[in-house]
Design a protein around this ligand. Sequence first.
Ligand SMILES: [Zn+2]
Length: 466
Amino acid sequence: MTKLLPAKHLLLIAAVCLFLAIVLIAFPQKETTNNAISLEARFEQIDQSELTFADIEELTPTAQAIPKDFKPDTFSSIYDLPTPEALRKKNSPPSYVDTSVEIKTGDSLSKVLTNEGISTQDIYKVSQADKKQKSLVRMLPGQTITFTKNENTGELTKLTLVVDKLNSVTFERDDKGFNRTEKHRTPDVIQTYKEAEINSSLFVDGLKSGIEQSLLIELASIFGWDIDFALDIRKGDRLSLLYEEKFLDGEKIGNGNIIAAQFINNGRTFQAIRYKTQRGSHYYTPDGLAMRKTFIRTPVDFTRISSKFNPNRLHPIFKTSRPHRGVDYAAASGTPVKAAGDGKVSFAGKQTGYGNVVIIDHGRGYQTLYAHLKSFSRGIRRGATVSQGKIIAYVGQTGWATGPHLHYEFRINGTHKNPVTVKLPNDDPMPKKDLKTYLPYAKQIMATLSNSHSPAFARKLASLNN
Ligand SMILES: [Zn+2]
């Protein structure tokens, strides 16, 4: 190379080198100090979510190579630098420290780890390893992060997110960054039988009999289609259930599903068995009929029925004989009104008398009507599809109404039925091909229940079956 260069060029290069050396010797302190300050400032401004790997690499070596307290007095001091603290630590044997942090509301991975003194680079590398699965992004308050840090270098070596008692995700440091692994444990599941006699309410007597509240809530939703737990419960009603309990290392960690349940209410017996078909897991009668009905009985949480279904009623405003073709549920203005079943809105707007009204067409000749509404939910207009339980509007007193209430009508093929007593159709029955395997299973489950009944329960059941 040098041979190719004319001598005057070589002289010029030598001159430039000499000039640079003089500059470096004359102003070393100023240069390094500026450098350190500007690096710090840059670190503070970093939004790690926007960092690229190249950014980090560009920043990393410089940031570590120049210690903050590096203040050489002369150029020569660079050769006998006192070993910086960090460098000395790096060379001593690693000492690992484990830390466990519970996630609180508003926490993020970077917030938690930054507080614990983990570097931006390490936080970035861990989140890169979790880029696809996003477990760390989705972490929730109450979950725990445990991590191991090398105290000498400040390096993060391992991090585990404990999702729950059964699931965790671990990140372990390797040459490239972090290696992500998931751990899933399977609990032992046992079947447990419980029963209760009801003397005051499902919840009071259920809890007394050692049935947990979560199971009672589920029972209420399984049988809620047939039994009104506020009005229908009678002293001496009985219930029994078979459910799953989950154990991990001999310790109970929770309940699984209710496998089957029976409810003897006011002389009627209801039985439900959980079964999984292609449509998901649902409860069926031992014959394979869905427990769930196509309609919910009352589309609003009401305080009282202010006017019953009455084909020969004297109208409160007109004082003439005018049939009341629906039922009036008194409720505070603004109470949500739910769609009684799946369907399509066929009318949403004002009508004389009804005020703001919604009519839903449910197919197969079924129609429901909701009147005197204060307002409609967003998107509720003619042609909108609604599913059972969806909030469609709010209680008001528009039209001819003397106070806030929901006027609710239930029509089958154009004929008005009493919404309180009309026999509601069951949801679609189980598909025929599932029924073949379901029926023998149901028989076996019912036998398991029967074998578990207390003598008192068995007597009560036998007295009803006769
Ligand atoms: Zn009415």
